[in-house]
Design a protein around this ligand. Structure first.
Ligand code: GLU
Ligand code: ZN
Length: 331
C-alpha cells in the first residue's frame, strides 16, 4: 500500500454490468488524478448489487482495463485493505443494519406502487434513467405498516422531507468544478427507493454507506448523477455523516448529444487493449478532451499528475465521434 501523505481518499466505483468504454475511462482517469495529485489514497470498489444486470466477466475486465490505463489503487478486492470487503454483495449485512435504523426512525415507508422503480434502483440512475418524480402515494404509511402488507411486494422509500421543516427547502453543495449546486429535494426529486422489501439495498444506500465506512473524502463522477448527490446528501444528513467533496464531470456524449453508450458503436477499452494500442494514446485523447493538455499527443497517466488541477477541467461535454474512435483504434 502506498503511504498516504494526507487523509484524501478517492474511489473508483465500478459497476460490473458491462464493458467499460471511453466515457468510463475518462471518469476513472480524473478520479485517479485528483486523488493522486494531492498525495491521496484510492479505493477500488466493486458495485455489484444489481444482480440481474451484473455480468460475470465484467469485474475482471474492468480491473484489467484500469491497470492497462496505468491507474492503480491502494485498497480493493484484489489487494484487500482495512475496510474490506470491497465488493458490495459481501457487505449486505452492513446495509441491512442502516436500513433498520431508517425504519426505526420512520424515515422510510413501504411503497407498493411501482415494479420498475424497484427493479432499476440497484443501479446508479445515469442520463435518461431518472424517471418521473414519485407522487408520494404511499407516504401516508408508517415504516411499521410494512408488517401488515401480508406478502404484497413493496420497496422502501426514503422520505425526502425527513428532518426538513419546509417541504420546498433548498439544499446546496459546492462542486469543486461546477460551483454551487442547488435543489429542493422534496419537490424536485421526491421520495426515492432505498431498498427492496427484502432489504436488498438500492444504489443510493449502498454508495453512501460505503463511502462513509471507507473514509472516502472525494467523489468524482459524471454530472448525470447530480440528482443522486442530493439524495445521498439527505442520507448523509440522516446518519449524521460528513459529506465528501464532489466533482461532477461533464459527460462524454455521442454526436446525438446523448451519453456515450453502445448505440454509438463499440468503444470498449478492452478492444483497444486487445488490439495492442498503446494506452498512452487513449490517455492523451482523454486528457486533451478534459482541457488538461494542449494536444492529444500520447502521454502516460502518471505524467499528468504534476500539472493536474480540477479548476482546469473543461465544463463542456466531450462529443465523441466515429472519427475520434478511428484515430484511437487504428493500428
Ligand atoms: N458504480 C456506479 C456507476 O458506475 C458509480 C456511481 C458513483 O460514482 O457513485 O454508475
Ligand atoms: Zn407507493
Amino acid at each position: 500500500m502506498t503511504p498516504a501523505a494526507n487523509d484524501i481518499v478517492g474511489r473508483l466505483a465500478h459497476s460490473p454490468t458491462g464493458a467499460q468504454h471511453v466515457g468510463n475511462a475518462r471518469t476513472y482517469l480524473i478520479a485517479w488524478l485528483s486523488a493522486r495529485s494531492q498525495g491521496g489514497r484510492l479505493i477500488f470498489r466493486m458495485e455489484d448489487i444489481d444482480s440481474p444486470r451484473v455480468k460475470p466477466w465484467a469485474a475482471q475486465q474492468a480491473l484489467d482495463d484500469l491497470r492497462w490505463l496505468g491507474l492503480d489503487w491502494d485498497e480493493g478486492p484484489d489487494c484487500g485493505g482495512p475496510y474490506a470487503p470491497y465488493i458490495q454483495t459481501e457487505r449486505l449485512p452492513r446495509y441491512s443494519a442502516l436500513l433498520e435504523e431508517l425504519r426505526r426512525a420512520n424515515a422510510i415507508y413501504p411503497c407498493t406502487c411501482t415494479r420498475s422503480d424497484i427493479e432499476s434502483a440497484a443501479s446508479a440512475p445515469h442520463a435518461g434513467h431518472e424517471g418521473p418524480i414519485y407522487p408520494g402515494t404511499c407516504a401516508g404509511r408508517s415504516a411499521a405498516e410494512a408488517d401488515e402488507l401480508s406478502g404484497r411486494p413493496f420497496c422502501w422509500r426514503f422520505r425526502m422531507s425527513f428532518g426538513i421543516s419546509e417541504a420546498d427547502s433548498a439544499v446546496t453543495f459546492d462542486d469543486l468544478l461546477r460551483g454551487r449546486e442547488t435543489c429542493r429535494p422534496a419537490a424536485d426529486l421526491g421520495d426515492f427507493v432505498i431498498a427492496k422489501g427484502n432489504g436488498t439495498p438500492a444504489y443510493q444506500l449502498a454508495v453512501v454507506a460505503d463511502d462513509h465506512a471507507m473514509g472516502v473524502t472525494e467523489v468524482v463522477r459524471g454530472d448525470d448523477l447530480i440528482p443522486s448527490t442530493f439524495r445521498q446528501l439527505a442520507l448523509l444528513r440522516f446518519f449524521g455523516w460528513t459529506a465528501p467533496r464532489y466533482v461532477h464531470l461533464p459527460l462524454v456524449v455521442g454526436p446525438d448529444g446523448r451519453r456515450l453508450a453502445k448505440r454509438h458503436g463499440d468503444t470498449r477499452i478492452a478492444l483497444l487493449r486487445e488490439r495492442g494500442i498503446p494506452p498512452e494514446r487513449l490517455i492523451g485523447r482523454l486528457a486533451h478532451s478534459c482541457g488538461l493538455t494542449d494536444s492529444p499527443a500520447p502521454i502516460a497517466a502518471r505524467d499528468l499528475m504534476a500539472e493536474f488541477d480540477v479548476a482546469r477541467l473543461n465544463r463542456e461535454p466531450w462529443v465523441f465521434t466515429a472519427r475520434d474512435w478511428e484515430s484511437l483504434a487504428a493500428r
